[in-house]
Design a protein around this ligand. Structure first.
Ligand SMILES: [Zn+2]
Length: 535
């Protein structure tokens, strides 16, 4: 952390605390966010976000903003979304980005950074981005959690004192719900993804973990089943953003999300050469995390994790800057973003043997990289509320193994299609919600199929998110001719969402509808979804 940046932040806090609403050059009052009004002591409630959005209408470029409703929360709150675009934009020809803040409602700076960005767009800033982009920003995704403000939520976070709750009003973690889509908020998110088809999707969080030396850490979609070229482009955009943020006058340090841990690693399939490895380990590859699930749609998902031990005002600054840097990186490579995502779709539609579906996933071999190690000060909170950790200035540089990607040990070819002879309504609905295309057979038909023989079912004793996740072991048999009845579901694998369809339907998928018990009642010795290998 440079002294220069600390000084400018202190000045900002002082300005916000002492000067009241700021005046624009035209003499109009500039709307302020709740943190700005409170000297960064408070975060905004939903009603305050709505009044702030209303107040932006007074700004000179407010016609670039369009208020929409993203969906409705479990408790019936309408979730605001703002579309930002030039009036004469050709949306179909533009890049599109969806920015989701506040999925974990105690992690509050994304919500505030989105409001700051909206004010800047309404004031006419970032016009260059609107030459390329149509943006959709959702400041308060988990609105019910946001309103459950308590001093006991996220006490270790370096301010503000009172924040909302992680889960939604059903007690569901919205960032574990992407596959099963049980929450109305997730269903609204999937509907928005289907309607908008964003090239970029941002999910804004705050860390919970290790004391590192970064302002913010990030991850692309970590599913090993993502299109490799989309994955490579995601990495390029993150590298571009990292470099541009570091080159700013007040540098913002970013790196891949992770934690300092010592973990068992089996060498990625090689005979066990290493056991306990101390390094920097990323989180998870499964599609229940919305950025990972989004990547399976052949688009660019970006997880943003502002550093929990940095002061609230700095976290807002870093999150805003990171989103802008990624958007600028994508705008500068707009042709590549368009062609890479389109080609990934077209490769699947064309079929062919190139696409396989992998499972039995572990961390890929680490890269040896420099990681910034930080330190924190412990601050005892009043009334026995616990201990807050505030970062100390500076960091140490340490080279270590960095585990930031995953690899699969086994895989199967994508079939021609999947067939579900007796589809249950909730399975049909789940596919529809995800936007996976399918048809219902109007006449019986014969097809050559492979049937997965279930050798073993495993379930943990403890439920997770209200489910006992099911793991299936077994093998596909040799192809057989099978008659499919009228009413059977036919899910063509030659479609843009084939990677997502495989994740939802394959028996060995590590995060499927089967995992979340949607198919369990029908899973006997044979798995109820068949791979069609010839029509
Ligand atoms: Zn989070």
């Amino acid at each position: 952390m440079s002294i220069r940046r600390d000084a400018s932040l202190a000045a900002l806090v002082l300005l916000a605390a002492c000067s009241g609403p700021r005046l624009t050059e035209a003499g109009r009052t500039t709307p302020q966010t709740t943190p700005e009004r409170s000297g960064f002591a408070e975060t905004s409630r939903l009603a305050e976000v709505e009044s702030f959005l209303d107040a932006l209408r007074t700004l000179p470029f407010a016609n670039r903003m369009q208020r929409q409703t993203f969906g409705t929360s479990h408790e019936g709150r309408e979730l605001p979304m703002v579309r930002v675009a030039r009036a004469d934009v050709d949306e179909a020809a533009s890049l599109r980005a969806l920015v989701l803040a506040n999925i974990h409602a105690g992690e509050v700076e994304g919500k505030e950074a989105v409001q700051v960005l909206l004010r800047e767009f309404a004031a006419g800033q970032h016009s260059d981005l609107l030459d390329r982009f149509v943006l959709y920003l959702v400041p308060v995704y988990n609105a019910d959690g946001n309103e459950r403000v308590a001093l006991t939520n996220r006490v270790e976070q370096n301010g503000p004192d009172a924040v909302g709750e992680r889960a939604n009003a059903q007690g569901l973690d919205l960032n574990r719900d992407f596959v099963k889509a049980e929450a109305p908020e997730t269903r609204a998110l999937l509907a928005a993804m289907n309607r908008i088809d964003p090239h970029l999707f941002f999910d804004l969080h705050t860390t919970d973990g290790s004391w590192h030396g970064y302002d913010l850490t990030y991850a692309p979609s970590l599913s090993p089943n993502c299109d490799p070229q989309v994955a490579a482009l995601s990495r390029t955009l993150l590298d571009d953003a990292t470099a541009s943020l570091l080159a700013q006058p007040a540098p913002i340090r970013t790196f891949d999300y992770g934690n300092f841990e010592t973990r068992d690693w089996d060498g990625g399939g090689a005979p066990s050469s290493q056991d306990d490895v101390r390094g920097w380990w990323t989180y998870d590859h499964r599609a229940r995390y919305c950025v990972n699930g989004f990547g399976l749609r052949n688009r660019i998902g970006i997880l943003s994790e502002a550093y929990s031990n940095a002061p609230f005002a700095e976290r807002i600054t870093s999150t805003r800057a990171f989103v802008l840097a990624c958007l600028r990186a994508a705008a500068q490579r707009s042709d590549a973003v368009r062609s890479t995502t389109r080609d990934a779709d077209e490769r699947l539609v064309a079929g062919g043997a190139s696409a396989r579906f992998g499972f039995d996933t572990n961390f890929a071999a680490p890269e040896r990289l420099e990681v910034l190690v930080g330190d924190c000060e412990r601050i005892a909170l009043p009334d026995g509320r616990g201990v807050r950790f505030a970062k100390k200035d500076g960091f140490a540089r340490e080279e270590m193994p960095v585990f930031r990607s995953f690899a699969t040990k086994r895989s199967v070819d994508l079939p021609e299609a999947w067939a579900i002879p007796e589809p249950r309504a909730e399975v049909v609905e789940a596919l529809r919600r995800h936007g996976v295309r399918f048809r219902v057979l109007e006449e019986p038909c014969e097809a050559t199929v492979r049937i997965f023989a279930v050798a073993k079912k495993r379930k943990p004793k403890r439920p997770f998110q209200g489910h006992q996740e099911l793991v299936l072991e077994g093998d596909y048999g040799t192809p057989v001719v099978r008659s499919l009845p009228r009413g059977a579901l036919w899910v063509d694998a030659r479609q843009p969402l084939a990677r997502l369809a495989a994740t939802l339907l394959e028996p060995q998928s590590e995060d499927s509808l089967s995992t979340w018990n949607f198919l369990e009642a029908q899973t006997t010795d044979a798995y109820p979804v068949l791979q069609v290998v010839r029509r």
